[in-house]
Design a protein around this ligand. Sequence first.
Ligand code: F0G
Length: 377
Amino acid sequence: MNKPYHYQGLIERYRDRLPVADSTRIISLCEGDTALIRLSNIEKIIGHGIELYAKFEGQNPTGSFKDRGMTMAVTQAVSEGSEAIICASTGNTSASAAAYAARAGIRAFVLIPEGKIALGKLAQAMIEGACVIQIKGNFDDGMRIVKEVASAAPVTIVNSINPYRLQGQKTAAFEIIDALGRAPDVHGIPVGNAGNISAYWVGFSEYAAVTPATAACAYCDDVCHYEKAAVVDTRPRMFGYQAAGAAPFVLGKMVDDPETVATAIRIGRPQSWDLAWAAINESGGAIASLTDEEILQTQRLLAEKEGVFCEPASAISIGGVLRDIENGNIPEGSLITCTLTGHGLKDPDTAIQQSRGGVIEVPAELDAVKRAIVDNL
Ligand code: F0G
């Protein structure tokens, strides 16, 4: 038998780089450790000597990258004695908050926009026992209200304005470098509320810097403070992508009525405005927008050419870098990683609507099935 190895989640894996005390009760669903999938079929299509990888965050326990931040935010909330958490959400944060609250045995309140949340995400929050509050407004309205509620009631906000969220999410950048043995040249990522692009930049920057760390001392009973050497000596250029109808970073100003098929990033007033601009500017990156049609085309491309099924908002990172390779913004021979932020199963309606395959109906007879197979070879 191989040596047993039971992965225990990203806090255990990266404990020396996270603000968690040894005695803290960890609230985890074994999140993180997601696949970095080489997109070799798409590489052949685009050429230019590009090496392209997808960090498939749909493999997290609730099917999105939010779990990385939520394990940290809920662990911290519980350690501070909090008995309830709250968030505004386009869907994935609410599913993740609900799951980690259930795990911790505390209450989750989630505010979602009316009618604009993918079915899978709603199902998750409901079955996991969250109190789901649907507002007649969008994510930005929800965010404003959540901040007001949390300032007056004993409830912890677990949106990405909670700094523990970004701490957890930065570990995806660590995993990418740990897998490749180097930093990518370019990292492509969807941008909505802008927490994730900020978190990746923290992660990539920490691995490229000498950082203070603590560990149990081998010589005394105390905690030892020391410096961790840089793991790599480069950082990627950060390329952020937004949906054209919800692109405040591209327009340089907040958007009042954001609209896009990629409901996860239907956000007009991103909370991490300054942090995201710092990531883009310090890294020599860029921000651009894609139309809904381009987003859906890329979702199909990933599914049909690579068997990777992500939600529309996620596909924007690949769609964006493919366009930036074509127009020369990303040089030939680059090693590119992209975050696929959430699983395609989150939004089955959109997938079915735009899938080209269709369903063939036949009688339950051998001949009819044979004919269908021959006709479609
Ligand atoms: N991709 C997906 C699938 C998301 O759910 C989100 C955000 C993003 C990208 C954008 O990430 O906000 O850090 O820039 N979803 C949030 C939610 C807003 O409520 O689930 P960001």
